[in-house]
Design a protein around this ligand. Structure first.
Ligand SMILES: *Cc1c(COP(=O)(O)O)cnc(C)c1O
Length: 222
């Protein structure tokens, strides 16, 4: 087990002071590592793979708030719908509709974030600004009563160029502000999920209120 407890406590204190929520990204890490932070009172954990999440959730305490932060295929929504707290990576209306359908079956409302493509890299998933606007429309959302679109999520380019990272985060923040200005019935649109181990200070400067941090807490992944 190799959880950086000191780092966790320092980050948690700094984030709390700034109103930033920390999601501890535990993908590929053993349940003992999750328990170590749980014992300190941490409850928000992020996972990327459906099967791994389902297995971990089955053996860990039920009051953990599980954030699904990976790329989600529509046909797998049903496995996490009974318990997932927030799905960060919604990148199509089709996926949003499937989450709504599965949430209804479970008799729950599921919170989601729309994933926006902000990086220069081709490989990252996400919607563009016009697709976000199309979804954040009372007409689109009217039929989706079992999902709550709670905000936006994005990943910056993996680059040493800090100014590029900053400008990508800034573009997401601007889109977030536009979304917040809309009148969206039954939505609490208030979460801006941006920033990871390598770029969270810039993300927070640019207005992030939720950071997803893995390797700084749990060590690097294979
Ligand atoms: C893995 C992952 C993280 C955490 O990355 P670190 O660099 O280890 O902090 C955050 N967000 C997403 C979407 C991820 O896939």
């Amino acid at each position: 087990m190799s959880v950086a407890i000191d780092t966790y406590q320092k980050l948690q204190e700094a984030f709390t002071a700034r109103g930033v929520q920390l999601v501890a990204v535990s993908k590929t890490k053993p349940v003992e590592d999750i328990r170590a932070l749980y014992e300190l009172g941490h409850r928000d954990f992020g996972e990327n793979y459906v099967q791994e999440l389902v297995e971990k959730a089955a053996i860990l305490p039920a009051d953990i708030r599980w954030h699904f932060i990976g790329h989600l295929q529509s046909n797998k929504v049903k496995y996490i719908a009974p318990f997932v707290h927030l799905i960060h990576g919604v990148d199509s209306e089709k996926l949003l509709r499937e989450i709504d359908k599965q949430a209804r079956k479970q008799g729950r409302t599921i919170g989601v974030l729309l994933q926006v493509h902000i990086a220069a890299e081709e490989t990252k998933f996400g919607l563009d600004a016009s697709e976000v606007r199309a979804i954040l429309d009372p007409g689109t959302l009217a039929g989706l009563k079992a999902v709550q679109v709670r905000g936006l999520m994005g990943m910056a380019s993996f680059t040493e160029d800090r100014e590029q990272v900053r400008s990508e985060f800034r573009s997401l923040r601007q889109l977030f502000d536009l979304g917040r200005a809309r009148e969206l019935p039954h939505m609490k649109f208030e979460i801006l999920s941006m920033g990871m181990s390598g770029d969270y200070p810039i993300a927070i400067e640019e207005g992030s209120n939720l950071v997803r941090i893995g390797s700084l807490l749990f060590g690097s992944r294979k």
